[in-house]
Design a protein. Structure first.
Length: 184
């Protein structure tokens, strides 16, 4: 895998690679992917969960108990549940969102997809995502998994990162270019 070298360079990448290898060996990639998506959504939806993950004041033991309770509440698969315990025991719970992101890339690569990070000022509709996915598939020559992020600071437009390519059609960038051109 070409991505795994870059992914493994980070701490979260090494955890994601270990989780991916375990999930692949146990033929649980899709189950782990679904569980990680639930966790990623929980980080967005629950301020308390996000604080638990980021707080250095929560002990490893407390984090382990909390993670076990969250895993049970979300009905996570056993591989992901055990993995959350490992993150908590190793004091790496703050790496969870980065592990999820790296795991998505590994799983997409395993499925023969490439991953595109898409940043917009506002959420894209289902029709817009489908059209974008189709255009990116034509450009990449294979299926594309899209990770969307909202950043109101780009003002409008879209920024796409796919592999080593970057397409920046944001209004912020266009305004910056105009300002530079006007300076002379």
């Amino acid at each position: 895998m070409e991505t795994s070298g870059g992914i493994q360079a980070s701490l979260a990448g090494r955890y994601a690679s270990a989780l991916f290898d375990l999930a692949r060996d146990q033929r649980q990639i899709e189950a782990v992917s679904r569980s990680l998506e639930l966790l990623a959504q929980a980080l967005v939806d629950s301020r308390e969960f996000a604080e638990l993950v980021s707080s250095p004041l929560v002990s490893r033991e407390q984090a382990g108990k909390a993670m076990a309770a969250i895993a049970q509440q979300l009905s996570l698969d056993p591989v992901t549940t055990n993995f959350l315990g490992v993150l908590a025991r190793n004091g790496r719970k703050n790496q969870l969102q980065y592990v999820v992101r790296a795991f998505r890339r590994l799983a997409a690569d395993h499925r023969g997809e490439t991953t595109a990070e898409v940043v917009t000022a506002h959420a894209l509709g289902d029709d817009q995502l489908a059209a974008l996915k189709q255009q990116l598939r034509a450009r990449a020559g294979r299926d594309v998994a899209i990770e969307t992020h909202i950043d109101p600071e780009i003002l409008g437009g879209i920024v796409i990162k796919m592999g080593s390519q970057m397409i920046d059609a944001s209004i912020r960038t266009k305004l910056n270019r105009l300002a530079e051109a006007m300076k002379g």
